[in-house]
Structures are given as structure tokens and as C-alpha cells.
Design a protein around this ligand. Structure first.
Ligand code: ADP
Length: 465
């Protein structure tokens, strides 16, 4: 259990960001401090070196002014007076020891043959760092000519330098942990701040899972990525909710629209069974049942067509079509119905109207709109079908002088199953316009309607060529 919780924590983005931040920050700080340490060690060594060079220069003057005896005397004075450990040795140019002053551990400093060799050709003093067996600090020595026949070696202890550097090294080691802890806290605060929006998205998603479907993420002024995530998440929720609402409406409507014909079928069958029915009655019942079933099949098929078209399922052919012929054929098909109702069916079409489109779907759209125009127009009225091309689009219009649509109904007529109250005397499912709109949209086009109650309506479809 404890292990699982540990794994949960270490698996979080906040933990990983904090850990990375702390490690990188500490490593960078230690690197910067190490460079600083190195620089300090170089500077302190340089200070010791210039002290040694100064000693040689001083002894050059003493040699010049007082000769060897003065040099020896001065060496003794310096060793006795210096607080630090210092030592002096005088050599002839071939490396023979002439005089020496200093504490016994300095005896371990071996004069190097190479140095005498190089000093024979060069005047520049030679510096080196040494470790002595009986002394715990490093020493720095210099060999320099104080006269053509005299080489002076001066050695000083690096005790002070090493003490300072040791303190610094300890400080570095002591700093690692506090640095790591401070950077971890800063990293954690930064990670928390950055991920606060993500956390809110998660909490909102959890609330929604529990049933709070209206919950949305509060989009505050945050980091751009986080507010974009919150906005996208909210937009997705809105879309899902709209789909959900649409689906439940469809289910309600389908249930309602199926119940009526099924109740009618059941009623007819019950009536026929209850009375003393003749063969003719049974035949009438069968005919009514077939008619109701046809209506149901039509309703279900139209529903499926709408769903398919809206989802973009199924192929949309792009074949060369004579739209003028398609519209004329449709009018010829509906002419008998129009004649029967005493409606004048007119066309206003150009001489030539070639388009590239899906014939089957275009026919479906045209028949639906033409059928509605005739259906919702009273005898003596007029229906006009027109078409023209403009700005890379083809516009098809269906104008009637029928019952018209009220302003309140106008925005809803393309919804599934929506039927205006004044048209309920006419047969219909309320799905035709929804399918027409789905087809127009699938073509990349649109459908608009203008209407005035009791005066008539115009449905205009515009499709890209
Ligand atoms: P329906 O099967 O009822 O005709 P539609 O989806 O084709 O279904 O139309 C939806 C509703 O829009 C109709 O019920 C009707 O009230 C109204 N409507 C459609 N076309 C017209 C029109 N040309 N004139 C008046 N009302 C119309």
C-alpha cells in the first residue's frame, strides 16, 4: 500500500518536474561554485608566487649592496622573524649547496638538476609546488638568480591558502543539501502553478463522471497552454452535451412517432378481431397495416439517411449533370399532384445548367422541397422552381404562395421531427427539411428560407459548382 502510494507520487508530472528542476538547479549551482573555487585557488597561488618573486628581487638588491655575507645574515633574520614557515638555500650555478636557513622538514626539498640546467640559460625564476613527507601542507618554491654565481631557492608554506580552500570546500559540501531542498521547493511551487489548470480539468472531468454534466473549467488568466486546454475541454463538453441533448430528443421523438402508428395498427387489429368481421374487413385491416408499416419504414429510412449524411458516411459522387433536366423531370413528376390540387407549377430555368454533383442526393433534395411547396399551398396557388449560376455557385429556388411559416417557427423547421402547428393536417414526418439541410451541408452548400404567414415561402439552396 505504502509502495503503491509512493509509486503514485513518483509517477506524477509535478514530482518529475520538481525532481528535474532540483537536480539541474543544484548541479548548475555546484558547477558555478566549483568554477569560483578554482578561480580562488589560482588567485591565492598567484599571490604566493608574487610573494616569492618579490623575495628573489629583494635578495638581488641585498646581494648587489652587501654581498654573500649580507645575504646569509638576511636569510637568518627572515627565518626568525617570519610568522609563516619559510626557508632559504643558496646554491652555486652547478647545484652545490652554499648556505641554508629554515626548519628541519625543509631538508626534504631535493634540489632538482633540471632547474640548475635551465637557470644556466634563463634568468627567469622557476616555480614549483611540492609535498614534503614530514609536513602536512603543500609548499611552493622558487629558484632565482640573485647574482651570476649565486642561485637562491626560497620556499613558503601554502598552509594559509589550503586552510582557506578547505573552508570553501566544506562550505560547498554543506551547501549541496540546502540548495537541493530550496530548489525542490521552488520547483514544486512552479510545477504546481503550471499544472493547476490541468488539475482543474481533471477535477471537472471527475465531477462530470459523477453526473454534473453542466460543470465547466473556470478559464482564468493563466499560462497560454493551460487556458487553451481549458477552452478546448469546455468546447468539447459543450459539443458532447449538444450531441447528447440532440440524441435524447431524437430518441424521444422516435419513440413518440413510432408509438402513434403502432397504436393505430393495434387498434385496427383489435377492432377487426372484436366484431364479426368479414373477409373484406380483414382485407381492409391488412391494407391499413401495410400503409402504416410503409410510413414507419419511410420514417426509419429517412432517419438513417440523415444520420449517414450528417456523419459523412457513404459516397458522394461528383458526376456531370444537367440540372435543368433534373429540375424539369422533377416538375413533370409532380405535375399530376399539382394539377389535382389546382396549383400552377412554373419553372424559371436558364437554357443550360450543367453541374457536377451527386444525382441521387440532388434528386432527393429537389423532390422534398417541391413536395413541401405543393403540399403546403392551397388550391389556386402557384409554385415556381428557378435556378441560376452566380459566383461559382448554383442557386435553386422553390417559391410558393402557400400557408407560409411564422417567425417563431422559422428557426426550427430544419430540426428533426419539427412540424408547424398549422401544417399538422397534412401528412408528414417532420424529417424532410432536416435531410435537405444535411445534404446541402454535405455538398458544402447551404439552405435558406424566407417566409410570411399566409403569403408564401421561398426555400433557396446554394451549392458550390
Ligand atoms: P414534413 O414531413 O412535415 O413536411 P419537413 O421537414 O419537410 O416535414 O417540414 C417541416 C415543417 O416545415 C413542415 O411540417 C411545415 O410545417 C413546414 N414547412 C416546410 N415547407 C413548407 C412550405 N413550403 N410552406 C409552409 N411550411 C412549410
Amino acid at each position: 500500500m505504502y509502495l503503491n502510494r509512493m509509486r503514485d507520487v513518483t509517477g506524477t508530472l509535478a514530482f518529475r518536474m520538481t525532481a528535474w528542476y532540483a537536480v539541474v538547479f543544484t548541479a548548475c549551482s555546484m558547477l558555478a561554485l566549483s568554477i569560483f573555487y578554482y578561480k580562488i585557488s589560482v588567485i591565492t597561488l598567484k599571490a604566493s608566487d608574487s610573494e616569492l618573486v618579490e623575495e628573489i628581487e629583494e635578495f638581488v638588491t641585498i646581494m648587489d649592496e652587501g654581498g654573500l655575507e649580507r645575504v646569509k645574515k638576511y636569510m637568518t633574520v627572515e627565518v626568525q622573524s617570519e610568522e609563516e614557515d619559510i626557508f632559504f638555500r643558496l646554491f652555486s650555478p652547478d647545484g652545490r649547496l652554499i648556505a641554508m636557513e629554515g626548519k628541519p622538514f625543509w631538508n626534504h626539498v631535493d634540489p632538482s638538476e633540471n632547474i640548475f640546467e635551465s637557470l644556466r640559460h634563463e634568468v627567469k625564476p622557476v616555480l614549483s609546488t611540492l609535498e614534503l613527507p614530514d609536513y602536512k601542507f603543500k609548499v611552493r618554491t622558487i629558484y632565482g638568480k640573485i647574482s651570476p654565481e649565486m642561485i637562491l631557492q626560497v620556499g613558503i608554506s601554502l598552509e594559509e591558502n589550503e586552510k582557506y580552500l578547505k573552508i570553501f570546500r566544506r562550505l560547498l559540501l554543506l551547501l549541496i543539501l540546502p540548495l537541493f531542498l530550496v530548489s525542490a521547493v521552488i520547483g514544486w511551487l512552479l510545477a504546481r502553478q503550471g499544472l493547476k489548470g490541468v488539475e482543474e480539468v481533471t477535477l471537472t472531468a471527475m465531477d462530470i463522471t459523477k453526473g454534473a454534466y453542466d460543470k465547466r473549467v473556470q478559464v482564468k488568466k493563466r499560462l497560454l497552454e493551460v487556458s487553451r486546454l481549458a477552452n478546448t475541454f469546455n468546447a468539447m463538453l459543450d459539443r458532447i452535451q449538444a450531441l447528447f441533448k440532440g440524441m435524447s430528443e431524437v430518441t424521444d421523438n422516435v419513440a413518440h412517432d413510432l408509438r402513434s402508428p403502432l397504436t393505430r395498427i393495434r387498434g385496427i387489429a383489435e377492432m377487426t378481431l372484436m366484431g364479426k368481421s368479414s373477409i373484406a374487413d380483414y382485407e381492409k385491416m391488412a391494407a391499413s397495416t401495410i400503409e402504416e408499416c410503409d410510413n414507419l419504414i419511410h420514417l426509419i429510412n429517412t432517419m438513417l439517411d440523415i444520420t449517414e449524411t450528417e456523419a459523412g458516411v457513404g459516397r458522394f459522387e461528383k458526376e456531370a449533370l444537367d440540372l435543368k433536366k433534373l429540375l424539369t423531370d422533377a416538375c413533370d413528376l409532380f405535375q399530376p399532384v399539382a394539377d389535382e390540387k389546382g396549383i400552377q407549377l412554373l419553372t424559371r430555368l436558364p437554357d443550360e445548367l450543367a453541374v457536377r454533383s451527386d444525382k441521387g442526393r440532388l434528386q432527393r433534395m429537389v423532390t422534398n422541397l417541391l413536395e413541401n411547396a405543393i403540399k403546403y399551398t392551397d388550391p389556386g396557388g402557384k409554385v415556381t422552381v428557378s435556378a441560376y449560376k452566380k459566383n461559382g455557385q448554383v442557386h435553386i429556388g422553390f417559391t410558393d404562395t402557400g400557408m407560409g411559416i411564422s417567425e417563431t417557427d422559422l428557426p426550427k423547421i430544419f430540426d428533426r421531427f419539427y412540424r408547424c402547428d398549422n401544417s399538422r393536417t397534412q401528412p408528414g414526418t417532420g424529417l424532410g427539411l432536416c435531410l435537405v439541410k444535411a445534404i446541402a451541408n454535405a455538398f458544402g452548400g447551404d439552405i435558406r428560407v424566407t417566409s410570411k404567414l399566409n403569403e408564401g415561402s421561398t426555400f433557396s439552396v446554394s451549392l458550390p459548382l
